[in-house]
Design a protein around this ligand. Structure first.
Ligand code: BDR
Ligand code: CA
Length: 323
């Protein structure tokens, strides 16, 4: 693996984090960025259903870490379904496998045991120091951890930054909601009400982080097997966005969470009181400002050029510098 020049000074300690994810095309790009960023010490990856079923998302997480040369990072499968809603997946957006046209092996059947503690509890209880938790999928794993052992979560999660929600941007699942908040509104509600100081990175900023089709084709043609694999995944994502949103390019939502860790101030946050709608209808998963909501920090602006500079450290000439 090549060593990139860190944006943070090398004198600063590594950031220790857990990444909870449902890979997912933008998730694998994000995991690759994190795995190849020398400032980050990824303690574990936990997986959830979401963009695909749990067996597939877990396999995809392991595959991208293997291609990044980081197989030593443990991957722990978590929630198989939302707290109370029906199980969903997004094959039209991410492909049946969850990673578009990228090649993947067979899913390994997971060992399932209802007696085991939730995946995040398992990982958090093995730690002796607080860490940062990054969530890139539905919030079910974090909600289950709060249900199971809230004091442990409060003691060990020093910071939670999650890709979910939308305040003003048009939803990508119904008119108002992003997919992650929509998948499991009850889990989103549980997490927001816990008041962990959650930093919400939603569609208001992520819709501005777009790879164009020419960039994606350069990924697909790259010599590095990790980057060409991501390119084949992203090619599917471009086709989806073209058809569903008439967008020439793809929205790489999840990367902004890791971007903010690497380059603090990349995102501009506003303090807000927010809540999530638990309806069954068009407002399901709608995150909105409300006087009776919980305080959260919500990202409302992003320095896309700076994010691209971070991505270029790992993906090099595949990407343009200008937004
Ligand atoms: C979120 O939903 C998924 O499609 C993406 O991986 C991202 O985490 C965007 O709404
Ligand atoms: Ca995701």
């Amino acid at each position: 693996m090549s060593r990139m020049s860190p944006i943070r000074s090398t004198a600063q300690p590594l950031i220790r984090l857990i990444i909870d994810s449902d890979p997912g095309i933008d998730d694998v790009v994000t995991l690759a960025l994190a795995a190849r960023s020398p400032e980050l010490d990824i303690v574990a990856v936990t997986t959830t259903y979401g963009n695909a079923k749990l067996d597939a998302t877990t396999r995809n997480a392991r595959e991208v870490l293997r291609l990044a040369g980081r197989s030593e990072i443990p991957v722990h499968p978590g929630a198989e379904r939302p707290l109370v809603r029906e199980l969903v997946a997004a094959p039209e957006t991410h492909g049946e496998s969850g990673v578009g046209y990228a090649a993947v092996g067979l899913e390994q059947p997971l060992i399932r045991s209802s007696a085991r503690p939730p995946a995040l509890v398992h990982v958090l209880s093995s730690l002796s120091e607080p860490i940062t938790l990054v969530t890139l999928g539905p919030l079910t794993n974090l909600a289950l951890a709060l249900e199971h052992d809230e004091p442990l979560v409060r003691k060990r999660v020093a910071r939670h930054i999650g890709m979910f929600g939308s305040i003003h941007a048009v939803g990508n699942t119904n008119r108002f909601a992003d997919f992650n908040a929509w998948c499991d509104p009850e889990a989103t509600d549980r997490v927001l009400r816990a008041g962990l100081g959650t930093e919400v990175v939603g569609l208001d900023v992520t819709r501005r982080m777009v790879f164009d089709p020419a960039e994606v084709e350069r990924f697909a043609a790259a010599k590095d097997p990790l980057i060409s694999w991501l390119g084949l995944a992203l090619r599917f994502y471009v086709e989806f966005h073209r058809e569903a949103e008439q967008l020439e390019g793809c929205v790489v939502n999840d990367v902004l969470t890791i971007g903010e860790l690497l380059a603090p101030g990349l995102l501009h946050f506003q303090e807000m009181l927010i809540r999530v709608d638990l309806d069954a209808g068009d407002h399901r998963g709608h995150t909105r400002q409300s006087g009776d909501g919980t305080p959260a920090r919500v990202a409302m602006d992003v320095d896309v050029k700076r994010m691209r500079a971070l991505l270029k450290r790992v993906f090099g000439e595949m990407l343009r510098s200008e937004p």
